[in-house]
Design a protein around this ligand. Structure first.
Ligand code: PMP
Length: 424
């Protein structure tokens, strides 16, 4: 029997039903690693191509609205950086990341009460790469990651690619529920499962829009520590609160039990692809080794651009203006929902990019999406945010990118689609 004639292997449950059927389309089907079969294109990707047309109001994407950035000044800065520091900017750099930038990152993290040393920081290509590295160094196939229900779709994709099994824990308006986390971890231990880490987005959750209350944070850390489970705190939105001061990060309450991920994608711009991880000493060394084998080093050009931006621009003022911009859009979103979709329920986020909407009458957001796109409005169905594809009665609406008028128009169109569904 040749490699290509072998029946599809079934260990991960995600394999094609017939390797032979695949040979016409892909002669290498029999050669892929098991984990590659676990990688899946988003079921909704095709619709998103349509959703990106200008006539469609997209409440689907998570793109920040960058038009307020001082582009001319940033262009000048980029040119000056290459003129004066080009031989560094265009050269290979340190696997752990530029030291000056790592020091500046400490200043950013102090806003969330994190006290760390530059050696604790690993610069990554966006926090998405940090998610990949953490998963790569901890997960063997079949290991369990415990995560909020729902969870960030991009993290679920990484966990799936490394053949983890994700077990979800319910959340409420105050975020992850410590008692339910305790119950879940106890049950997993009784079943003999290896839980490697808890993945959480504590602030302005993607997609749920809620934050873990101050009171719950130490309790979650206590539960995780008692079960010997590391906490992976993914925090790209923490500085984008609409009212009051940023909440202290969980990393500020535990140095040994938490890996913290940060990013400049939402507080400045995602295009430079600069994020970071802060990890306990031994973990940090493993992360650097994993990162060096993946990418050798993060881009010096990007790191210098961010570093000079932090040095020479009013980055705190930029974050303040982002907060105001997104607060106006959040207001437009929740006002429009109250006006047009009073039978649905939704979270009212006090920061970040997203609200999480529950449809009335058990309507199915995934089934409805093609009709919504025909009505020129797009969203992400809740199923994307659950490892097992449940959550179809929910949808994520993002208010980060469209203008307030477009958001209102989008919700008005969506309400029309929902009315139509109920009449079907
Ligand atoms: N984590 C969460 C919760 C996110 O929402 C995102 C981006 N949407 C990321 C990580 C990845 O961000 P980046 O790689 O741009 O830092």
């Amino acid at each position: 029997m040749t490699e290509q004639q072998q029946p599809a292997r079934t260990t991960s449950g995600h394999h094609p039903t017939s390797a032979a059927a695949g040979t016409r389309l892909d002669p290498w089907l029999g050669s892929y690693a098991d984990r590659t079969h676990a990688m899946r294109a988003s079921e909704i990707r095709a619709l998103f191509a349509v959703a990106n047309r200008p006539e469609v109001v997209s409440l689907a994407g998570g793109m920040p609205f960058l038009e307020g950035l001082p582009l001319d000044d940033l262009a000048e800065l980029a040119a000056r950086t290459v003129a004066t520091r080009g031989l560094t900017a265009l050269q290979y750099g340190s696997g752990q990341g530029d030291e000056t930038l790592r020091e500046q990152i400490l200043e950013v993290m102090r806003l969330e009460a994190i006290d760390a040393h530059p050696d604790d920081v690993v610069v990554t290509t966006g926090s998405q790469q940090a998610l990949d590295l953490v998963t790569r160094i901890f997960i063997d196939p079949g290991d369990v990651v415990v995560a909020e229900a729902p969870s960030y779709v991009g993290a679920l994709g990484v966990f799936r690619a490394y053949q983890a099994e994700v077990v979800h824990v319910p959340i409420d308006a105050d975020g992850l529920v410590p008692e339910l986390l305790d119950e879940t971890l106890t049950a997993l231990r009784a079943a003999g499962r290896r839980v490697k880490f808890l993945y959480t987005v504590p602030n302005f959750h993607n997609p749920a829009g809620v934050s873990i209350s101050l009171e719950r944070r130490p309790r979650i850390l206590e539960v995780a520590a008692r079960h010997g489970v590391l906490v992976l705190e993914d925090n790209p939105y923490g500085l984008l609160g609409f009212d009051g001061e940023p909440r202290p990060a969980m990393r500020s309450m535990s140095e040994e039990g938490v890996i913290y991920l940060g990013s400049f994608s939402k507080t400045f711009a995602p295009g430079y692809r600069v994020g970071w991880a802060v990890a306990p000493h031994a973990v940090r060394e493993k992360l650097v080794l994993a990162s060096e084998s993946a990418i050798l080093c993060p881009s010096n050009a990007s790191q210098l651009a961010i570093s000079t931006y932090l040095q020479t621009f009013d980055w705190r003022g930029q974050i303040k203006s982002y907060r105001e911009q997104y607060r106006d859009r959040r207001d437009a979103m929740v006002d429009a929902l109250a006006e047009h979709m009073p039978d649905a329920t939704w979270t009212v986020p006090d920061g970040g990019f997203y609200t999480w909407v529950r449809l009335p009458d058990g309507l199915d957001a995934k089934d409805m999406l093609p009709r919504a796109v025909t009505a020129r409005v797009a969203y992400v169905p809740g199923t994307a945010f659950y490892f097992d594809g449940t959550g179809s009665d929910h949808m994520r609406l993002s208010f980060c990118y469209p203008t307030p008028e477009r958001i209102r128009e989008g919700v008005r169109r969506l309400a029309g689609v929902v009315r139509g569904e109920r009449e079907l």
